[in-house]
Design a protein around this ligand. Structure first.
Ligand code: ADP
Length: 322
């Protein structure tokens, strides 16, 4: 059976206890483990497949807290390095009156960005594994080279590569660098997840169908297009499968996309997907895979935070009526 490897940032989200207060006026925060790749690793582990994080944390109390939370979720942490050269990454979140989030990051540079190519061992990966990554980690070296090495190694071993660009445009001052990095790494992915909010930015194309088609480059075999509460569409090169979302009382949408792709990759591991059969597996099981992923995303919006709001597998199955 394959294993998920999720590479990239693990950080602490500091969530304000008061709502609708500008970041500069917030007086108290609560801590929640986060970072998109960590959220995905936690979802896969929680649903019951093997899952490992590849990252780096500071030798500080924040790093200890994050390792503890990953272990609690069932994620293997033996590839999470610790360094005293930099501190663990932190994100300070504030919720605006309209429910939108605002962030301020401590990342100058944080320990996660120091993960180096030397610290990635190609022998970790086997056929049937899946490597998942996001784009925020691609803009700076040495993290970028570490990603490149892991992607090449899992591909050579006969595993799948999953890419969620996860662009948060208003947050990113280096948007153009980020877009360049996304386009550079896109062809090395087998599966790409994009949301309706980022499609045009990434592709530079206005029409949805044409923009999605432009993502089929290099190794890309499947594009998962998420549309918030409306659900998600799955595209293979010449096919489209539509799925509807589940209606829930959303309180915090942090981590919905991560819980969605976590549920999706969990199903691919269950079904024994690999680069040679992934299109066939998706064609034969799209209903079950998308329902599970949609329910995973929807339920995560009903609680605060990302990892802390992940549902149990039984709760996901109850929603999809299994
Ligand atoms: P991202 O979080 O990456 O921007 P989306 O907002 O499209 O991605 O959400 C990912 C998935 O999570 C959706 O496809 C859907 O299944 C689920 N989801 C997100 N928001 C809601 C919501 N308000 N109600 C129900 N499901 C949701």
């Amino acid at each position: 059976m394959g294993k998920l490897f999720s590479i990239g940032e693990v950080l602490i989200d500091f969530i304000p206890l008061q709502k609708g207060v500008a970041l500069k006026d917030v007086v108290s925060f609560e801590r929640a483990p986060g970072g998109a790749p960590a959220n995905v690793a936690a979802a896969v582990a929680k649903y019951g497949q093997k899952s490992a994080m590849i990252s780096k944390l500071g030798k500080d109390a924040f790093g200890d807290f994050l390792v503890e939370k990953l272990v609690e979720a069932g994620v293997e942490t033996d590839k999470v390095y610790r360094t005293d050269e930099a501190n663990t990454a932190l994100a300070f979140v504030s919720l605006k009156e309209n429910g939108e989030r605002d962030f301020s990051f401590y990342r100058n540079p944080s320990a996660d960005l120091l993960l180096s190519e030397r610290e990635v061992d190609p022998a970790w990966f086997q056929a049937g594994d899946i490597l998942h990554f996001c784009s925020v980690d691609l803009v700076e070296s040495p993290m970028k080279q570490a990603h490149r090495k892991a992607i090449e190694a899992v591909t050579a071993a006969g595993g799948l590569v999953s890419f969620d660009p996860n662009v948060r445009l208003p947050l990113w001052k280096e948007a153009e660098d980020c877009r360049r990095a996304i386009l550079e790494f896109l062809p090395s992915a087998d599966i790409v997840k994009v949301s309706d909010e980022e499609l045009e930015f990434i592709t530079g194309i206005k029409g949805e169908a044409e923009a999605i088609q432009s993502l089929f480059t290099g190794n890309v075999k499947a594009v998962v297009y998420t549309k918030g509460a409306a659900g998600a569409d799955l595209f293979l090169k010449e096919e489209k499968f539509v799925s509807r979302g589940y209606s829930v009382e959303a309180v915090d949408t942090t981590g919905a996309g991560d819980a969605f792709i976590g549920g999706f990759l969990y199903q691919l591991l269950e079904l024994g997907a690999n680069p040679a059969n992934v299109e066939k597996v998706l064609r034969a099981n799209h209903g079950r895979i998308l329902q599970f992923a949609n329910a995973s995303g929807a339920l995560t919006t009903t609680g605060k935070g990302a990892i802390s709001a992940l549902p149990a597998k039984a709760e996901v199955e109850a929603v999809i009526g299994r």
